[in-house]
Design a protein around this ligand. Structure first.
Ligand SMILES: Nc1ncnc2c1ncn2[C@@H]1O[C@H](COP(=O)(O)OP(=O)(O)OP(=O)(O)O)[C@@H](O)[C@H]1O
Ligand SMILES: [Mg+2]
Length: 258
């Protein structure tokens, strides 16, 4: 039987996962700083909006006003869809403090209690009848308490998957870390997409690899991608080989350690 998939519309990505992310999957989008996680997440939600779907962006790392600016910079105007009740940003960043925050409809005052976030998210999903949800970043919810990471992710999964949403959870990992956000989280999610930046001969190269995606076959290659003024463009027919030993020569390591 053909499974239902959510077409991300991110150029080149759907080819990597046989046509789209299986519906209801909770997918970790993991990577170091500046690798394109937030752009990937915004592009995923926005592409749903232009297809007539509804989406929610949970902002834990940036001010909602900044999220709107970042989207507009890439040519994705969220305002129209917010007015139509098709798109919402959940403000889990400001704590409700400041003039701009007073204008936000969905505010989570403290993220110390994940249940509050879950409750607001549930309400927003119902109001919008949303099917695409992004949490940027889920790491913020447990960075000071790694022991609760798995519980937090499972709570989110229970809600999101239960109401039929297909979701991206942004996971921040440090530059040197090759993992995705810790074992508890990595096994709890249905999919893992890893974005990388590797320095080779003094230049940074972007690449993407789908590490796991429950419910579908997917590419097992590392593919190059670009970020332009229109967002992410992946090259599914190209692969990138990263020779890490070569990238980090002893000379560079020496400089870093000094
Ligand atoms: N208009 C643009 N053209 C080309 N590249 C861009 C453009 N806008 C942003 N970028 C690139 O995207 C990067 C930021 O991407 P993004 O915000 O998605 O990173 P991130 O993975 O979310 O990082 P962090 O973990 O720090 O939040 C910038 O560092 C820059 O290299
Ligand atoms: Mg980000």
């Amino acid at each position: 039987m053909e499974i239902e998939r959510v077409y991300t519309g991110i150029p080149g990505f759907d080819e990597l996962v046989n046509g789209g992310i299986p519906k209801r999957n909770i997918v970790l989008i993991a990577g170091g700083p500046g690798t394109g996680k937030s752009i990937f997440a915004m592009q995923y939600v926005y592409n749903g909006l232009i297809r007539g779907e509804s989406g929610i962006y949970v902002a834990l790392e940036e001010h909602p006003v900044q999220v709107r600016i970042n989207m507009s910079q890439l040519g994705w105007d969220p305002k129209k869809f917010e007015e139509q009740g098709k798109f919402a940003i959940i403000d889990a960043f400001t704590g409700g403090i400041g003039e701009a925050a007073k204008r936000e409809k969905y505010v989570v005052k403290s993220v110390d209690d994940v249940q509050t976030l879950i409750d607001v998210l549930r309400m927003a999903i119902k109001d919008l009848n949303a099917n695409r949800v992004v949490v940027d970043s889920v790491t913020t919810l447990y960075i000071t308490k790694p022991v609760i990471a798995r519980t937090v992710v499972l709570q989110l999964k229970k809600l999101l998957s239960g109401v039929g949403c297909t979701s991206l959870l942004v996971s921040q990992v440090s530059i040197t870390e090759r993992g995705f956000g810790g074992p508890g989280v990595e096994h709890a999610v249905d999919g893992i997409i890893r974005l990388d930046l590797d320095e080779l001969d003094g230049k940074l190269y972007r690449s993407i690899i789908v590490w796991k995606m429950r419910g579908t076959a997917h590419s097992l290659y590392r593919h190059p991608f670009e970020i332009t003024s229109k967002g992410i463009q992946i090259y599914p027919k190209q692969t990138l080989k990263v020779y890490r030993q070569q990238a980090y020569t002893s000379e560079i390591r020496g400089e870093v350690n000094e």
